[in-house]
Structure formats: structure tokens, C-alpha cells
Design a protein around this ligand. Sequence first.
Ligand SMILES: C[S@@+](CC[C@H](N)C(=O)[O-])C[C@H]1O[C@@H](n2cnc3c(N)ncnc32)[C@H](O)[C@@H]1O
Length: 414
Amino acid sequence: MNYPLVETYLREEIGLDASSLGPGLLARAVRRRMDAAELADERAYLEAVAADRALRQALIEELVVPETWFFRDREPFLLLGRLVARRRAAGRPLRVLSLPCATGEEAYAIAITLLQAGLAPAEFSVDAMDISEAALAAARRASYGRNSFRDGDRTPPADWFEKDAADAERWRPVARVRDCVRFRQGNLFAFTATETYDIVFCRNLLIYFDAEMQAEAVRRLLSVLRPDGVFFVGHAEAAVLLRAGLSPLPEPRCFAFTRQPVQQPAASNAPAAKRTEPLRRPAVPPAAPRPFADVVMTPAAATTASPEPADSLAEAAALADQGRLAEAARLARFHIDAHGPSAAAFYLVGVTHDAAGETALAESAYRKVLYLDPRHEEAIAHLALLLEKRGSPEAARLWQRARRPQSAARGGDA
Ligand SMILES: C[S@@+](CC[C@H](N)C(=O)[O-])C[C@H]1O[C@@H](n2cnc3c(N)ncnc32)[C@H](O)[C@@H]1O
């Protein structure tokens, strides 16, 4: 059963594009919440949700994906450290926003990075915001198991973490780190700030929105980013900022953008053309629906299960979102073997290799996407970024293509 009224409400209220969650997830969540509220009619439930904050929050908590871990993707934090070293001369405290912060790992990792870079606590602040009250409660508790350290060898760096006195299997950022972060609950689409930020981390949120809401989200965040600020997004979200006319910093695997012009061949500096139609939403939901969160699907198991195409791709995307990149790429390749080549599956193969720093494999996958779908905006943008980073002149042509209105895009030449 579908719940179109609730879907529309959620899109307008928190930006959520139900199709980004994988088949059936929203419907199952709404059904559970309606049962809990003892309401059988969708319209009656929606009216109750609109009038009752607790009901609304309960629905949101069912749907958000607070998947995160310390130093996720590594390179953005290394770049942050380098940027800080360059910007210290500014003579005022550096201000960083982590939105969404989920359970806090990103915000604490930012604080650790800045302290490591030599800043004193008084020289910076980290504001961290998320819509999920449950996630924020965990962030404030600041007690983390090994899974939160999955980007390294699962050992928390001793200088910055201490054992949780209440649980020997858990760690807490030391007080000096915890004190640098201010958490608050909030919805990006109701977000107003009186302050501006030097750095905005908005990673792995835009993937849950459709093109229109992505543009609105970026507009809101740009309104609080200083003119010379840096905007970090997740690896599957780069195309959104390119569409907004921002320029990528030429740092591998960082997906950091500024308002400054791209320092690349002249052709790529052309102003972004005005769009004549909305940006197409990502071809694959690269995010993790929670029911799939613990699934590891080997090709053999998948053969037996013979999942539906959309399901197995959603599953691969979920693995990627948990940082299980090799498994995600394997499952996406299995999907191709089982269901035939598709732009969506090759795109997922591409972003997983890209995130793992396997640039040759990523490039090959993006080229396959563009062979199958020459107008695939995300693949064009990702391939352009890869080529630019290795100094290929082909990047300029692709940048032009990435910034061209979709209706004008021509293809087959990647
Ligand atoms: C996958 S986590 C990303 C966390 C972290 N930035 C990272 O990349 O690891 C996505 C988070 O977005 C939050 N979220 C979803 N919609 C939101 C909205 N409209 N405003 C603020 N936060 C939102 C969810 O609660 C969830 O914690």
C-alpha cells in the first residue's frame, strides 16, 4: 500500500524523497506508525502528525538513516587540517557546521582534526545539527563502539579517546574534544542562522532528496557559508554542488567545493548555464535503507535469492553507505551479471571504487555509465573530477558538459 499524502508531506517538510529509501521502506514505516497511533486512515494520520510534534518526530525517527563513523572517508579531514593551517591568519575563530551530524562522530572528528592542526579550543567552534532526536541523544552521550571506528583499524586514537567508564567495549572522545562541539536539534529546511561558517560539512544527506529539494538545501547552506568558505559533501553528492555553480577543490577524494572559479582549463570556467529543467535525481539511491544495513550478500547467496533488480542495487548502495565498499562493488557487479548492464549499476560500481580511491576502476565504470546513458549527470561530474585530478585535458570538455542544461546535453562521447 502506498501513502502518497504522507510522502508529499515528508518531502515538503524534511526533503525526503521516498524513492531514495528503497522499495517499500516508507510504506512499512508509515504502516507501523499508523498502527502505533491506532489510526487506519492516511488522511487522519497525516492530520494527527501535523498537529502533534511527538507523532511527527516518531515518523521521522523511523525514516532517517543515522549511519556514520569517525573520520568517514579520511581525506576530507586531512584536507580540513591543511585548510586550517592556511587560514589561521584570519584572526578570528574558525566556525564549522556539521549538518547533519547524526550520532556525532563527524562533529567530534572535526574537533579532533582542528585540535590536531594546532588550534586551541578558543580558536574554533563546531556547531552540529541533526533532525533526529535519538541520534542527537547518542551524540551527547558520546559513547562509541568499535563500529564507529570502521575507517581505520577499529582502534580509537589514544590521544583523543578514553575508555567509557560504564562499558569497557566503548570509548568516549576526551572532554577537551567534547567541549568543542555544540549539538542542537533541527531541520535543514527550517534552518536559519545568524552566524556564518568558514566550513560546512553536509555529507550524505543530499542523496535522500530529489533535485528540487537538493537545490533548496544547498541554497540554505550557502546562505550561511562565508564567501571564501568551503563546502564538503559526500562522494555521491558532488554533482549537486556543480549544478549550483560551485567549484571543486583539486584534492583527491575530498568532494570539497568553493564559490571560487575552477582553476582549470578556460572552457571549464564558463558560468553555469541556467537550467531549463530540474536536475534529475541520482539514478541509484546511494543511501542505506536500514532493513538492509546488516546484509552482506555474496554473489553465491545472491544467486539463490535472485533479488529484484531495484532491491539488489539498493542493497549494494546500503553497503556502500556503511563503508563496505568492496562488498558494495561486488554486489553491484553481481547485479550486472544477473540483470544485464545498466547505467544505475555501473554508476554504483563507479562511486564505490571512487570512494575507495581506485580511480582506474572508477573511471572505467563511469565511462560505461555514459555509454549507456550519455546524459547521466552524476557520472559526467564524477568522471570530470577524476580526469581533472589527473590533469587530463578531457576534463574541460566534460566540465562543460556537466554544467550544460540537461536538455542540451548530447552524449555518447565519453
Ligand atoms: C547518513 S547520516 C550522515 C551523517 C554524517 N554527515 C556522515 O556523512 O557520516 C544522515 C543524517 O541526516 C539526518 N537528516 C535527514 N533529514 C534531515 C533534515 N531535513 N535536516 C537535518 N538532518 C536531517 C538524519 O537524521 C541522519 O542522521
